[in-house]
Design a protein around this ligand. Structure first.
Ligand code: ATP
Ligand code: MG
Length: 158
């Protein structure tokens, strides 16, 4: 039996709940780090979307939490954890259009109920564990694919 390979890179960010001024900063930083590490542009793009949605949900629905970025040779993982109210029905929360966003969040353009579906669409695996009154942990896994090396594609970016 071999031990699991440790990540090549690991970063922890804290997210302050209801701090709309800084909302989105972690996902910008995550994309910057992944680009610097030479992660494939397509994976960087998808990780940015997953991170933004997870970060916004921590900001909108919880007093705060953290995001852990793990970069492996074969995948990128993003782990979102918070000490918020929890999600009573995770299957329902995965449905497009389901939202409990308060009025003030809707006025800012949130509350389409597309965040979790978007996280799902942009990761290869999305695990959600939540306990009412304790909090939520979401782990997104994005596999890296060979032949998509950064700067390798003549078509990417312009
Ligand atoms: N970290 C969390 N803690 C508690 N509840 C959450 C959390 N994340 C999501 N939810 C619940 O799941 C619902 C669906 O989340 P989702 O991100 O899909 O949509 P939304 O945030 O309501 O709208 P959008 O993301 O499109 O702006 C939320 O409305 C909220 O009720
Ligand atoms: Mg959301």
């Amino acid at each position: 039996m071999s031990l699991p390979t440790p990540p090549r890179h690991r970063e922890i960010f804290s997210v302050v709940g209801l701090d709309l001024e800084r909302a989105g900063q972690v996902s910008t930083e995550v994309q910057r780090i992944l680009r610097r590490l030479g992660v494939e542009p397509e994976v960087v793009r998808r990780a940015g979307i997953v991170c933004f949605e997870g970060e916004m949900n921590i900001v909108l629905y919880t007093p705060g939490g953290r995001i852990i970025l793990l970069v492996y040779d074969d995948r990128v993982e993003l782990i979102f954890s918070d000490q918020g109210p929890g999600i009573p029905d995770v299957e329902l929360a995965r449905q497009p259009g389901y939202s409990t966003a308060p009025e003030w969040a809707r006025e800012l353009g949130f509350g389409s109920g597309m965040g979790i579906p978007n996280m799902e669409a942009n990761s290869d695996r999305l695990e959600i564990r939540s306990r009412v009154g304790e909090g939520t942990v979401i782990r997104a896994t994005l596999f890296r694919r060979k032949g998509e090396a950064a700067g390798n594609s003549g078509k990417a970016g312009a």
